[in-house]
Design a protein around this ligand. Sequence first.
Ligand SMILES: C[S@@+](CC[C@H](N)C(=O)[O-])C[C@H]1O[C@@H](n2cnc3c(N)ncnc32)[C@H](O)[C@@H]1O
Length: 285
Amino acid sequence: MSEIRGWLTESESSALAKISRGKIVLEVGSFCGKSTITMAKTAVKVYALDWHKGDIIVDKSNSGNDTLPEFRQNLHDANIQNVVPLVGRTQDLFDVLGNGWADVAFIDGCHLEESVRADIELAKRCLKSSGLIALHDWDREQVRRAFLDLMGADSVSLIVDSLMISKPIGAKGIGMSVVMREDLLTEIACLDQQLTNHVAAKRKAEDDIVAVNGAMQMAQHLLKKINDREAVVKQAKDFKAGTETMAAAEAAEAAEEDSKKLQEEMRQAREASLAQTNGEPAKTE
Ligand SMILES: C[S@@+](CC[C@H](N)C(=O)[O-])C[C@H]1O[C@@H](n2cnc3c(N)ncnc32)[C@H](O)[C@@H]1O
């Protein structure tokens, strides 16, 4: 799985796979699916919550880019079919997800204290009393502070690299087991599919615009070439007309010369004839 982007170490992956075996998992923060796939390989089902736009402030994950297509592609490539993507923010989905249905909540969302607190509150709500919290980035002070404040130091069971695994949350959770709102989850999945279709349609429209722009540029280029060619042809025509005019003028000039010569010859002939008539010897030129 090394080609999937993410930050889990091998030991963290093994620990997550172990606690997910045969369980229903809520994941907060899926990114490109590295942890999701790790858990889905052993879990019954993974509900993978992420708004797929990175962290609001500390965006180490993806600079605000949409990771949903990559997430989906990675699930597809790994042939994973027991993951339900919950596309949205923790705070937006809090009221939708119901109480007491999850065995494991893996939290790896935004690492600011306030966000981690919100994620833990969501986990407490969704987990059965026998459920566990697995919290990533335990080495970050804000992450630790949020957990210790809400759950207490006695809730910590195990730490693997920077993954903390809690004891069963017991009475610290909501404690009631209410069936999860499957109807709302179906609606989310439906909206998620619509969103995916819209994103695909938008991408296609963008591609079409790029293609049309390319064709327009090519047409403009060809039009310019035609205009340039026409200008050259006009120049050639003008030049030809110019040379024809010059030749005609030269011919006219030559004809005028000839005519002058003829007139002169005629004048001389007339003079010669007059001289003969008057008995003068004919002049010879
Ligand atoms: C550190 S990454 C998760 C890494 C992932 N678990 C893995 O192993 O590859 C954090 C993720 O949390 C998501 N996130 C941040 N704030 C969120 C919020 N308020 N609601 C839902 N997702 C959030 C981000 O979009 C990002 O994909």
